[in-house]
Ligand binder design. Structure first.
Ligand SMILES: [Ca+2]
Length: 199
């Protein structure tokens, strides 16, 4: 019987290896896209106004896509408009995600007056040094893209994610749009319920 068990173990191991071999070849990232309503940008200060139509378009998230695989997390905000007013305007696109062990992270892209994007990563509110963290503006597609190496966030099995865009206009109006809420912004971006697994 011991021999049979050994054979069975070997067979299972072989089948598992073959299955892994088959599935590992076309490596792909687990992807989820959350579409968000158009025109649901809100003013964030009492009596602070709702900005101009152009201001609201620059804040309006149309969808947020999360991808998890190939050694990184990638968050793509598709916007109504990624142009920005010159001068004192300030925009931030923040992806919030919670890893399998419950740690909360924010990856953020920030941009002043339509200039180059800068990025930051925080864990439980504290800055995290992360080599390979990247943020870019894809103007041709009106997208903000954030790339976070998995190694910077503890190589999680899966994450839940959400995101928000905030815009401070040159006239000091503060606007916001949560990718998972219509016409409302909470204290923190709402997370999705489905897990984005690593592949
Ligand atoms: Ca929106």
């Amino acid at each position: 019987m011991a021999h049979m068990r050994a054979l069975r173990t070997l067979a299972v191991a072989t089948i598992t290896a073959a299955t892994l071999g088959l599935t590992a070849v076309p490596a792909h990232a687990d992807t989820q896209t959350k579409k968000d309503a158009s025109g649901d940008v809100v003013g964030l200060e009492d009596g602070g106004g709702n900005g101009t139509a152009a201001d609201r378009r620059r804040t309006d998230v149309l969808s947020l896509t999360g991808e998890h695989g190939d050694g990184r997390l990638r968050f793509t905000f598709t916007m109504a408009d990624t142009s920005q007013a010159r001068g004192g305007s300030f925009l931030s696109a923040q992806a919030r995600f919670v890893t399998t062990d419950g740690s909360e992270y924010y990856a953020s892209l920030e941009r002043v007056g339509g200039g180059d994007a800068t990025t930051a990563l925080r864990r439980e509110g504290q800055p995290v040094t992360c080599r390979g963290l990247a943020g870019r503006v894809v103007s041709a597609k009106d997208r903000y893209v954030l790339v976070v190496p998995r190694s910077c966030v503890g190589n999680p099995d899966s994450v839940r994610f959400g995101g928000v865009v905030n815009y401070l206009t040159p006239s000091s109006t503060i606007l916001g749009d949560d990718a998972r809420r219509d016409g409302r912004v909470g204290d923190r971006p709402r997370l999705g319920t489905a897990r984005l697994a690593n592949n």
